[in-house]
Ligand binder design. Sequence first.
Ligand code: PMV
Length: 330
Amino acid sequence: MKATAHAHPNIALIKYWGKRDQKLFLPHTPSLSMTLSSLTAVTTAEFSASLAADTVMLDGRPVEGAALERFSAHLDRIRALAGISLRARVVSANDFPTAAGLASSAAGGAALTAALCRAAGLDLSPHEMSALARRFSGSACRSVEGGFCQWNRGERTDGSDSFAVQVFPAGHWPELRMVVTVVSAAQKEVSSRAGMQHSVETSPFFEAWVRQVDADLAEALSALERRDLRALGSIAETNACRMHAVALGAHPPVLYMKPVTLDVISRVHALRAQGIEAWFTLDAGPNPVVLCLAADAPRVAAALEEIPGVQKTVTAGPGEGVTQSEKHLF
Ligand code: PMV
């Protein structure tokens, strides 16, 4: 009853921002993302009769308190589905900073769900696993499959129709790149969970956001289908700014950008003025992610790394969904 799974973060091209059901993690709007080919979360999980309680180690540190309860609640869902009551040991490691806007919860949540399901002997379809991963962290539902995934809002109150589906495989656009630009690896002050809920409750722009997302999504899907970087980049950049405008309209405002975030954004605009197709998106953190083509990625990365305050860049293409491994962490 031991299994190990690998998963990669996904970066949204059309953002998820706001839950209509906080318990089931049901979004107000659909979203669209690319699963990355690098940055990996690995999770080993084991159910065992010799354990008196669930234990979780994340990046070498024991998880305690409210964070451990969140893991245990997820374990309970899997135990209920599998009809078991055994406690579990979970060890998870990321090769990138946790909770700094690099979608660590997405990769971790997908790897955790896949490892737990296998360890518990559950054989779920990708869509069932996506709906389950959603309960740990909304965006995790989009890292179960690779390539380009759309998380459907769903209509049902039980959330059974709110999961991510692959709209294009990784091979649809192998030349597309995302240059993840790390300006801060520190844990952010306001989690995406708290920031989005606060936006739902206090931002007068939230209603406008909900009205807008379907049109943004249709534009992005059409650009993706045509492999039109200018069209995709333009709508991704606009949609990210719309999300941050919603957060900035909250009371008190939620500001995820740092001064160096704006320096990166200015450089992206300057690159475009020089004829290089580069477009940014930004999650709930200070680290921009820049879309470009593989042929331009080294030049884009070099230009961004020159900016004082940029710590490093990681370039990734479209990657695969969760995979199982026989190399366990314990
Ligand atoms: O699922 P969470 O709580 O990590 O929220 C993710 C929210 C954003 O990263 C800002 C947007 C997105 O769609 O990934």
